[in-house]
Design a binder for this molecule. Structure first.
Ligand code: SF4
Length: 228
C-alpha cells in the first residue's frame, strides 16, 4: 500500500485566538503565564499525520478487506461501495508535545497544555485533509473512526494500525495493549470518497454530545445499511 507521511506540518496557531477561546484576558498575569507556556509548546510542537491509499473489497455482508486486513463493520463495508478506494489515516499532536505537557503542574496549566495539544492535533488533521483534497482534485471525502459506532467498535483499532504498517512508528504513534492511542491527542480512521457526505454522528443516538457534527437521523441505518 502506498503510504504518505506528513511529518513537517507547521504548528500555525494564533496565540491571541487560543487565549480568547480559553477566556484569558489580555494584559493580565494569566495572559503572561500563558504566553510563556505557549512559547515553550511552540518549540515542542510537531504535529504529524500519515495516510495510505488502498482498495476495499467486500468479503461478506459485514466484512471488508483492505489491503489484506479484514475489518468487521457493515457501515464500513457499504460506505466505500462505489469508489472502492479508501484512505486509512492517523494524525497526532506529536510525542514531543505530549512529553512537554507532562512537565506541567497545576490544574490550570495542565488544562492549557491540553488545549494547546488539541490545536496541534487540529493542525495535523487540517494538513491531512488539505493534502487528500489536493490529491483527489477536490473530490469530497468522508471519514469513519473505529469506536465511533457500535457497528465499528474500538477493537477494530488494532486492524487499522496493522494496515498502516510502520507509519504509526514513523510519526511517533503507538497503540497500547488496551487499544489506547499514544500520544493521547491523536486520531485514526478511514477516509472514503463520498459525494453524499457521511458522518458517524448521523447514526449515533447519543444525547448531549459536545462533539456532535451532524444531527442524529433515526431510520438512516435501516434505510442505507440494513441487509435487504
Ligand atoms: S454524536 Fe458524539 S459520540 Fe456520537 S459519533 Fe458523533 S461525536 Fe461520536
Amino acid at each position: 500500500m502506498e503510504l504518505i507521511l506528513l511529518n513537517t506540518i507547521p504548528f500555525h496557531v494564533a496565540e491571541s485566538g487560543l487565549m480568547e477561546l480559553l477566556r484569558i484576558r489580555p494584559e493580565t498575569k494569566a495572559a503572561s503565564d500563558f504566553s510563556l507556556i505557549f512559547a515553550q509548546a511552540g518549540k515542542a510542537a510537531r504535529p504529524m499525520a500519515a495516510f495510505g491509499v488502498a482498495e476495499s473489497k467486500t468479503l461478506g455482508e459485514d466484512t471488508v478487506e483492505i489491503n489484506g486486513v479484514n475489518f468487521q463493520s457493515r457501515v464500513l463495508r457499504v460506505n466505500p461501495d462505489k469508489a472502492g478506494v479508501v484512505f486509512p489515516y492517523i494524525a497526532t499532536c506529536g510525542p514531543d508535545l505530549e512529553r512537554w505537557s507532562e512537565s506541567m503542574t497545576g490544574t490550570l496549566h495542565k488544562f492549557w497544555a491540553e488545549a494547546i495539544m488539541l490545536t496541534a492535533l487540529g493542525c495535523a488533521v487540517n494538513a491531512l485533509e488539505s493534502h487528500l483534497k489536493e490529491r483527489l482534485g477536490g473530490t469530497a471525502v468522508s471519514a469513519m473512526n473505529p469506536g465511533s459506532l457500535e457497528d465499528w467498535p474500538i477493537s477494530e483499532q488494532a486492524a487499522l494500525f496493522k494496515l498502516l504498517g510502520d507509519a504509526p512508528d514513523k510519526i511517533g504513534m503507538r497503540l497500547t495493549d488496551t487499544l489506547v492511542i499514544r500520544p493521547l491527542k491523536s486520531v485514526s480512521g478511514i477516509f472514503f470518497i463520498s459525494e453524499d457526505g457521511f458522518s458517524s454522528c448521523a447514526l449515533c443516538p447519543r444525547k448531549n454530545c459536545q462533539l456532535r457534527r451532524a444531527p442524529y437521523e433515526p431510520g438512516l441505518y435501516e434505510k442505507r445499511y440494513a441487509p435487504r
